[in-house]
Design a protein around this ligand. Sequence first.
Ligand SMILES: Nc1ncnc2c1ncn2[C@@H]1O[C@H](COP(=O)(O)OP(=O)(O)OP(=O)(O)O)[C@@H](O)[C@H]1O
Length: 306
Amino acid sequence: MTDGAVEVRDVVVRYGATTAVDGVSLGVPRGRVLALLGHNGAGKTSLLQVCEGFRAADGGECRVLGLDPIADHDALMPRLGIMLQSGGVYPWATAGEILRLFASFSANPLSPDMLIDRLGLRKFERTRFRRLSGGEQQRLSLAIALVGRPELVFLDEPTAGMDTESRHTTWQLIEELRSDGVSVLLTTHLLDEAERLADDVVIMREGRVAATGTPAELTAAAGIDLLEVRADAGLQPQSTQFAAVEKTPGEYVITGNLDAAAIAEAIAWFAKAGAQVTAVNTRRRTLEDVYLALTADATRKAGAAR
Ligand SMILES: Nc1ncnc2c1ncn2[C@@H]1O[C@H](COP(=O)(O)OP(=O)(O)OP(=O)(O)O)[C@@H](O)[C@H]1O
């Protein structure tokens, strides 16, 4: 294994008969942000828990800052920032007390007051944790993860439940962490979050790695552009030349090797189907298109297997 912040090789996590993580390998180089994407139940949190040392892998190997997350837990903890989902902190203590307590565990903490202000928590400083809203608890959890100046941060859906303003503040904080050389492994369902923050993206599907690369690599399709057609909902346009995903009802995104002949064939398909076409557009692929194409593929295969 190399000297990355996180090195995961062939990791397996099982819960009884369920294989949640099925031989995943990935690496977070030092000072980079890796976003783990995937549908509900894809295995993201289970993999994160192995890296955090909260769960032993049933197979494979994991090194975090060069150490074993379970055997070297005590040495690692002060160097890690872990954003806990709700719970895990003292529900009866106030936001300010909790953050100052976590700061006291560190030899050289960030200023709790600075984090309280940056994350818009000043108004809630004297509010007990259990009285905070979901989004406020998330912001406090992020502050707790960062207050010890960690070298590596694990963030499980960091902006889930946050309002737009808090989400943007969180993104700025994560960008600042990266500029300071901190490594970040985060999970998210937000494609724009991954596209904005991540140096590297790993898309998981059913416990396995479905795709990996930088956002630019993942969105650089063979035919570069992508065709969007607005027409009647519920159609299933496809041929050997192209594949379409109905992104929202009546909004078709067509990928493939889109030369002029393939575009003509796609449009002809709608004409032959007698569809009412209201708009045709070409544009570059986004991470969302890649993600949808991969998950639609999984859904098609699951349907075919039934
Ligand atoms: N403690 C557990 N006991 C049994 N099954 C579990 C347990 N934790 C997770 N699973 C199962 O393992 C699979 C992966 O779950 P995991 O939480 O890792 O996925 P995820 O990608 O983080 O999902 P989400 O996006 O919904 O958070 C799912 O099928 C889930 O039901």
